[in-house]
Design a protein around this ligand. Structure first.
Ligand code: 26W
Length: 818
């Protein structure tokens, strides 16, 4: 054991950790594995949170506060230990206590598995929100499914993505507390019968299939805050009675099979992002989450306020995170009518005052619709309610838009034998919002325009944000310290303070310290890359990073084509003026998205060729980091010089990765898409590299077939033509010259005769131009660090504390707990 002078708090912690190792694992410190030490530490932190929790719970109950229930199919929490002790203001204490035991905190935190219960932006946003809510002392619960397997683990084999199960629970989960006593039953299928008793209709379900929903709670602490909120994760269990019948009749194996069939509901997260497949199991997952959550919400309400259901909207607001939890709407109607005995009109009034909905994408492939037959079969009673909501909606639409049947159909919840979930939200919710100014504009002028005209007051624009606690304090502690040294620590909770560091943007000493921090983060990332990819990269080169889900609209393909162009130039002229660059990618593709997977293969093939070509003397390196997720993002955002935010304008609803890079002093190369537009407003045009077509210009081009424009560019831009031709020339993969033909084909000829759907070719020249400018600027150190510092300093607006403040003022109206 290292000799370290500990204060009394640290000594106590040291004892607690040793105690946990002994009681939890039956080991001494000497025999414990590092993973055991991690778990022991996590359990000590959990104890501290639990003590706060008991008090907080009482306060919330006593004050009778309104609560937010944030329903989301995804909560991409990442690791919790480091942020929890940060929020408890205990990081130093843990550093010292662990050091005295012979461990470094920075090594121990790496042993925690990421809670990867999400695909991308929408899931991470939910996690940032819950941190801000708690920090701001607002009573809120996150509600989701406890997937046994989160988003798949990505392994690159021969340059191809392969998928492995994400076994995040394999070593147990120190943060969750099972609450079997709060389990509820969720029913699927069967038949519905209507009875007429005492002048009232009542509904009887027969032969329904019951599944138990059991909650696990993860307590959540905010930064230096009073309250503890929680993330409630529901897990599916087979009811014992069902198994016992089979079991008693001697059919043990059958009983076990049924158990597995029931439990499959919470087995795995669907890995599709911005694309839906109408799978029965997914519909079951959706109903499972919302039914369990609503039963719980109503029980909490009833226990505290009794049967006065009209007051429900004063005490609870339920937020629907994209359409995935939309079934909560008919489920609330069902419970109020069938179980609490309310009439339709009363139930509808309560329901329309309780739900708010956020849209997160305008990609048409992602708008959820369910086949009617499937819906009816799995949710017969819920279907009856949806049908009635739709019938009443149609009557209303006929009044407002008489005989405009095209419009009626477009706005209907049920049409063409399908149920349209977004329309169910639009017909019901008291608040609807987009996630950036541009996105909201597109919603209100295009896909939701008819609903917008009906009632403008329900629509809001609330720009996304990120939590500073994770995305700078925790992942870039040296930068956080530097900021605190200059302006005090209030900026961590008060985002408006951050702009105070603008005045240091040209300060020589500050620039140097800012640059040194970036450099040391780059060295660390270089070590990680060496260890995981076996590639040597130069920390003095420009780190140019694109890290996000792989999707055609995000245009990783444009990035690779540009790298090929630079490489070709260097091969022709190895001594040309060139700032060395390291291009870094992190991206998971949906397992069924063949083209996205091919782009991953292309990145790796191009990387292999460039990294091993002695002619260019190591001036370009290309790195694909495997298994991109929250923890890898934390390493990337702190080390990037350039952040690639290059989606086709009009397609990225907001983006939040863009904000994480900005906060840590990377300069953005980006289109005027999503929140990039507002980033430009905040940081100023001189401190961001904007290029490419604007959203309305893209929309105009998508209206008609523009193959002439594409052909002209192909024939006149020699560098681009060369790179495109290399996709099919066999230069990249001599054994299989056709490997990348699909990419060539889609860019130049298109899938349905529409080439270049995502404007890769049309934006290419401008993209190259902006890159040349950025590389030139990078050499001018004074200018570069001015830009970088301005990015950090202008990021206050993108704190999720601001976002939550907006939601609260405009939609939720929660009061902070005193
Ligand atoms: C049903 C399949 C499915 C799954 C996930 C469809 C759609 C999604 C999400 C809506 C995709 C998503 O994560 N959208 C992202 O949400 C972020 C948070 O608002 C935005 O910043 C991103 O721009 C948006 O792509």
């Amino acid at each position: 054991m290292e000799k370290v002078n500990l204060n009394s708090e640290e000594t106590n912690l040291q004892k607690e950790i040793i105690g946990k190792i002994s009681r939890h694992f039956g080991k001494t410190l000497e025999d414990a594995t590092p993973k055991m030490v991690y778990t022991a530490c996590a359990l000590t932190a959990r104890d501290k949170i639990m003590e706060k929790w008991a008090i907080s719970h009482k306060e919330v109950k006593n004050e009778g506060s309104k609560k937010l229930y944030y329903l989301s199919f995804e909560f991409l929490m990442g690791r919790l230990f480091a942020t929890n002790i940060l929020n408890l203001m205990q990081t130093e204490t843990y550093v010292n206590a662990l050091r005295s035991l012979g461990y470094e905190l920075s090594d121990i935190v790496e042993l925690e598995n990421d809670a990867g219960l999400g695909n991308g932006g929408l899931g991470r946003l939910a996690a940032c929100f819950i941190d801000s809510l708690t920090t701001m002392d607002l009573p809120a619960y996150g509600c989701t499914i406890r997937y046994e397997y989160g988003l798949f683990r990505q392994k690159i084999v021969d340059g191809y993505q392969t998928e492995l199960p994400d076994t995040w629970l394999e070593n147990g989960n120190a943060w969750e507390i099972a609450r079997p006593e709060e389990s509820v039953i969720v029913k699927f299928g069967g038949q519905v019968y209507t009875d007429w008793n005492d002048g009232h209709f009542s509904f009887r379900y027969e032969n329904a299939h019951s599944i138990i929903a059991m909650p696990y709670d993860v307590p959540l602490v905010g930064y230096d805050s009073k309250i503890v909120n929680k993330l409630r994760m529901w897990s599916a269990k087979a009811p014992d009675v069902m198994n016992m019948q089979e079991f008693n009749s001697g059919n043990y194996v059958r009983a076990m099979e049924e158990k597995q069939l029931a439990e499959v509901i919470s087995k795995v997260l669907y890995p599709e992002d911005n694309h839906i497949e109408g799978k029965e199991l997914r519909l079951k997952q959706q109903y499972f989450l919302v039914s369990a959550t609503l039963q719980w919400i109503l029980k909490e309400y009833e226990d505290r306020y009794g049967y006065d259901w009209k007051k429900l909207p004063e005490k609870a607001v339920i937020h629907i995170n994209d359409t995935h939890p939309t079934l909560a709407i008919p489920e609330l109607m069902r419970i109020l009518i069938d179980e609490k005995g309310l009439g339709w009109d009363d139930a509808w009034e309560i329901t329309t005052k309780t739900f708010a909905y956020t849209n997160h994408t305008v990609m048409s492939e992602a708008l959820e619709k369910w086949p009617l037959d499937m819906f009816k079969k799995i949710l017969p009673r819920v279907y009856m309610i949806v049908e009635e909501i739709n019938r009443r909606l149609m009557i209303k639409l006929q009044e407002v838009y008489p005989n405009d049947f095209g419009k009626h159909k477009w706005m209907a919840i049920i049409a063409d034998n399908q149920v349209f979930m977004a329309n169910l939200c639009l017909a019901t919710c008291f608040a609807i919002n987009g996630v950036s100014k541009l996105h909201t504009k597109i919603l209100t002028s295009d896909i939701f325009a008819d609903y917008y005209r009906l009632d403008k007051s329900r629509f809001h624009s609330i720009t996304n944000g990120i939590t500073f606690r994770r995305w700078i304090c925790n992942c870039n502690p040296k930068l956080a310290e530097l900021i605190t040294e200059k302006i005090g620590k209030s900026w961590i909770k008060d985002y408006k303070q951050l702009e105070k560091i603008k005045k240091y943007a040209d300060d020589k000493d500050f620039q140097k310290r800012f640059a040194d921090i970036k450099h040391s983060n780059k060295v660390k990332l270089a070590e990680y890359i060496k260890e995981h990819n076996g590639i040597e990269v130069d920390p003095d080169s420009i780190y140019d990073v694109q890290a996000k889900r792989l999707h055609e609209y995000k245009r990783q393909l444009m990035n690779v084509l540009h790298i090929m162009v630079e490489y070709n130039k260097l091969v022709e002229n190895p001594d040309m003026e060139f700032t060395p660059k390291t291009y870094i990618f992190g991206a998971k593709a949906a397992p069924g998205y063949t083209r996205a997977k091919l782009i991953i293969k292309l990145i790796n093939t191009v990387g292999e060729k460039i990294n091993n070509d002695p002619r260019i003397k190591g001036k370009i390196k290309v790195v694909f980091l495997e298994n991109y997720g929250v923890s890898i993002a934390e390493k990337l955002v702190v080390a990037a010089d350039i952040s690639e935010q290059i989606s086709t304008a009009g397609k990225e609803a907001s983006g939040t990765g863009n904000m994480k890079f900005m906060l840590n002093g990377a300069v953005t190369v980006g289109t005027l898409d999503g929140a990039n537009v507002e980033m430009t407003e905040q940081v100023g045009e001189d401190n961001i590299y904007i290029f490419g077509l604007k959203a309305d210009e893209v929309a105009a081009r998508l209206k008609y077939n523009n193959s002439e424009e594409v052909k002209t560019i192909y024939s006149t831009n020699n560098a681009l033509r060369k790179a495109l031709d290399q996709l099919i020339s066999g230069e990249l993969e001599p054994e299989n010259a056709h490997m990348f033909k699909d990419l060539y084909q889609t860019l130049l000829f298109g899938d349905y005769g529409y080439p270049d759907q995502y404007m890769v070719i049309r934006d290419f020249e401008d993209y190259c131009r902006i890159h040349e400018r950025a590389a030139r600027d990078y050499k001018d150190k004074k200018k570069w660090w001015h830009m970088a510092i301005m990015n950090t300093a202008s990021c206050g607006y993108f704190s999720s504390d601001r976002t939550i403040d907006d939601y609260n003022k405009e939609i939720w109206h929660l009061k902070p707990i005193k």
